[in-house]
Design a binder for this molecule. Structure first.
Ligand SMILES: Nc1ncnc2c1ncn2[C@@H]1O[C@H](COP(=O)(O)OP(=O)(O)OP(=O)(O)O)[C@@H](O)[C@H]1O
Length: 298
């Protein structure tokens, strides 16, 4: 029965009216969320927004007070074995014995899953192909995180939870992790990741959900969230120029927003050309995902 339901459903995660309070502190205040199979979803939100609480409920580590939660067709709170076998969880800190060798750790973890990936393939996938005989304690911080990721996918899960997967990485290691996550997506996995990096969400996610004070305050593709209709125009003020209404000047830089920057810039550029002056630092930019995020969560 349950299996049939699972196969029929196109949603990997479906949450409705989810509530969770700690005493009188409401951590989740009626959250609705749907994640399609094969989708990469990035959950963003300021510290204390309720992200960890939400993720722990989805993983079955915490019980909700109210609302419905379905993950791969299961109620995670029941912690059924089959459910646990079909999800992978990559936490920021794995309680791994540091004396264990990398390959041994993977063999040990894989034993808990009926479906497992080939150990060498997983090592190669996370870029630890030549570190299989190293002890966990001999790995660099970035390599340890890649081992954590390897442990999270060795059971070939359909749905992978990644908690801030690149926090503390150097730029090259971040790019490698992004490639790895892209390759998981290519395998058709559903990925639910939390991050504080907007460029990461922009690069990886099909959809971005912003949580603040226990509520979903935005849910859209990164491009639709980040690229509003308005552009921001700025340049260094020159004497004699007439600024458009609504322009702000701060430290000699004029800034205004415009839905039609070409039209609004035309008189300024005409004036500048006629007076043979250069509008230094002239830029026309769409707000980034980070700009929008900061505005939403302010
Ligand atoms: N076990 C708990 N007991 C009491 N309050 C808690 C508990 N866990 C979390 N909270 C509170 O619930 C709110 C949401 O916490 P949560 O950890 O879910 O936020 P978060 O979005 O993951 O934050 P961060 O980005 O800092 O990890 C916070 O105000 C937190 O202090």
């Amino acid at each position: 029965m349950l299996r049939g339901m699972t196969l029929d459903s196109n949603d990997a995660i479906r949450v409705r009216g989810l509530r969770k309070a700690y005493g009188d502190h409401v951590a989740l205040d009626g959250v609705d969320l749907t994640v399609a199979r094969g989708e990469v979803l990035a959950l963003l939100g300021p510290n204390g927004a309720g992200k960890t609480t939400l993720v722990e409920i989805l993983e079955g580590h915490r019980k909700a007070d109210a609302g419905s939660v379905s993950v791969l067709g299961f109620d995670p709170a029941r912690r059924e074995r089959e459910f646990r076998e079909r999800i992978g969880v990559v936490l920021q800190e794995t309680g791994l014995d540091l004396e264990i060798k990398v390959r041994e750790a993977l063999v040990l973890y894989a034993a808990a899953y009926p479906k497992r990936r080939d150990i060498d393939e997983v090592l190669g996938l996370v870029g630890l192909g030549d570190r299989g005989d190293a002890k966990a304690r001999e790995l660099s911080g970035g390599q340890r995180r890649r081992l954590d990721l390897a442990l999270g996918i060795v059971g070939d899960p359909e749905l992978v939870f990644l908690d801030e997967p690149t926090t503390g990485f150097d730029p090259a290691a971040r790019r490698q992790s992004w490639e790895l996550i892209d390759s998981l997506r290519a395998l058709g996995k559903t990925i639910f990741l939390t991050t504080h990096y907007m460029d990461e969400a922009q690069h990886l996610a099909d959809r971005v959900v912003v949580l603040a004070r226990g509520n979903v305050i935005a849910d859209n593709t990164p491009d639709k969230l980040g690229r509003s209709e308005e552009s921001v125009v700025s340049f260094r003020v020159v004497p004699g120029i007439t600024l458009p209404a609504g322009a702000r000047v701060e430290r000699g830089i004029a800034t205004f927003t415009s839905v039609s920057p070409t039209r609004d810039l035309a008189p300024l550029l005409g004036w500048a050309a006629a007076h043979d002056v250069e509008l230094e630092g002239l830029t026309v930019a769409r707000p980034t995902l980070e700009d929008v995020y900061l505005e939403l969560t302010a």
